[in-house]
Design a protein around this ligand. Structure first.
Ligand SMILES: Nc1ncnc2c1ncn2[C@@H]1O[C@H](COP(=O)(O)OP(=O)(O)OP(=O)(O)O)[C@@H](O)[C@H]1O
Ligand SMILES: [Mg+2]
Length: 237
């Protein structure tokens, strides 16, 4: 259970998050909402880029907001960004390995773990390909593998399907659904692709202008009148 309580973030006059609470209890949970709703800001609060005025985020009895950002990563918090971060001059394997290179476990254990996660994301056959030569889907899959090494507890994806084709998005969805069983991590997914959210997230939080307007089982949330109204004129739900 990832418990988010009373998170508020202001940027000058903009209230990016307004007293948002949600208890994420499912292996994969979604966060949706129109542009500027506060979705990325919520992930930024969890990872420590942005500070909430009060509130708490707890998981396994740990208050995450009390940990410095690098300690949260060490604890097992992982995230991907709207634009994936892949080093062009490193191979796929090296891009993933650098995530855990500083850890204390033996080198063979680290390389085994990288191999296992590359197999999981379907990049094992391209482990030696340089970052510069990857297409956008390969970059995305490598970015996912980076989030999965080092015993993650919570993995957050910010618009992972951005720029992908329908078929690639479907493959990515199947991969995201496997993460909990394969690593034990709880997953949060932000995306504008409602089909992806419906497919992979058992529960979903909906934000609009920084406020929680719905939270619960994804199908019920997507049928909610206030959710439909928030999306009116912007997207199809
Ligand atoms: N660092 C910042 N400084 C000032 N304002 C910010 C900052 N980050 C976000 N905001 C503002 O906070 C609000 C929420 O932004 P956020 O990026 O969280 O939205 P979002 O739901 O992720 O939108 P999108 O779907 O477009 O990615 C917006 O009004 C945005 O302009
Ligand atoms: Mg965003």
């Amino acid at each position: 259970m990832l418990e988010i309580r009373n998170i508020t973030v202001r940027f000058g006059g903009v209230v990016a998050l307004n007293d948002v609470s949600a208890s994420f209890a499912q292996p994969v949970s979604g966060i949706i909402g129109p542009n500027g709703a506060g979705k990325t800001t919520l992930m930024n609060v969890l990872s420590g880029f942005v500070t909430s005025t009060g509130g708490s985020v707890t998981r396994d009895g740990q208050e995450l907001l009390k940990l410095a950002p690098h300690r949260r990563a060490h604890w097992g918090l992982r995230r991907s960004f709207q634009k994936e971060e892949i080093a062009d001059d490193l191979t796929v394997f090296e891009n993933v390995l650098v995530q855990i290179d500083h850890g204390r476990s033996p080198a063979s254990q680290k390389t085994d773990e990288v191999s296992r996660m590359l197999a999981l994301v379907g990049m094992a056959d391209r482990a030696d390909k340089p970052g510069a030569r990857l297409n956008s889907f390969e970059r995305r899959l490598t970015d996912v593998a980076k989030c999965l090494v080092g015993q993650p507890r919570v993995v957050m994806f910010d618009e992972p399907a951005g720029g992908l084709s329908i078929d690639e998005t479907r493959q990515l969805g199947a991969l995201i659904r496997q993460i909990h069983a394969e690593t034990g991590a709880q997953v949060l997914v932000i995306d504008h692709d409602v089909d992806l959210i419906r497919e992979v997230c058992a529960e979903t939080l909906v934000l609009d202008f920084g406020k929680r307007i719905a939270f619960g089982p994804t199908d019920a949330v997507l049928n909610d009148a206030s959710v439909k109204a928030a999306y009116l004129g912007t997207e199809e739900v």
